[in-house]
Design a protein around this ligand. Structure first.
Ligand code: SAM
Length: 177
């Protein structure tokens, strides 16, 4: 059995955070997470991400409108909160790899209770930056840089790396350059 990595996005405001939360979901999917749970309901983001999954493959799931405290309480594995105030994430990583982990990322203000509910409050550098950057670095370290394996082999559209142009293969079709 392989480990499950879930991302919990809290504090999403559909009117202001659409782009950032969409990017957090795309980063979660591209760099190895199994799903993202968004505490605020946002059917538009669900639709956008589901469309990416249907075209670019993998089994990534998205759910929105799940209260964060419910999501955390029902998680049976290790709970990690990414915050600039936490302890350095690389120190905790050996205790996390291979385990089921829920990674919490915030938006503007994180409820103080989160700090108590999780097993680890971890920082990706003790400076303020972005939940997208923090998540990307965390996932890269957790999966030890192996996120680009065979997860997306079932894709309808596959991107073939190209040093100059764009090469996309549509399943059952020839190469488009
Ligand atoms: N000021 C907010 C607070 O104190 O909770 C944080 C706002 S920050 C723009 C949004 C999210 O980015 C945070 O909730 C956290 O998940 C993440 N983040 C920002 N800097 C971070 C860092 N150095 N390490 C880990 N996560 C960070």
């Amino acid at each position: 059995m392989t480990e499950v990595l879930s991302v919990l996005r809290i504090g999403h405001r559909p009117s202001r955070d659409k782009r950032v939360t969409t990017h957090a979901a795309l980063v979660a999917r591209a760099f190895g997470a199994d799903d993202i749970v968004i505490s605020t309901r946002d059917p538009e983001i669900e639709k956008t991400i589901s469309s990416v999954v249907s075209r670019f493959g993998g089994r990534f799931e998205i759910r929105s409108g799940i209260p964060w405290n419910e999501a955390l309480r029902s998680w049976g594995g290790t709970k990690v909160h990414l915050t600039m105030y936490g302890t350095p994430f690389r120190e905790a990583m050996p205790k996390l790899r291979g385990k089921d982990v829920m990674v919490v990322i915030g938006a503007e203000k994180v409820p103080p209770a989160i700090y108590q509910m999780v097993d680890f409050n971890l920082s990706v550098g003790s400076q303020p930056h972005s939940e997208i950057a923090a998540l990307a670095l965390f996932l890269d370290s957790y999966f030890e840089g192996s996120e680009d394996t065979n997860k997306f082999d079932d894709a309808r559209l596959q991107i073939i790396p190209n040093s100059r142009g764009k090469t996309v293969v549509e399943r059952g079709d020839e190469i488009h350059q």
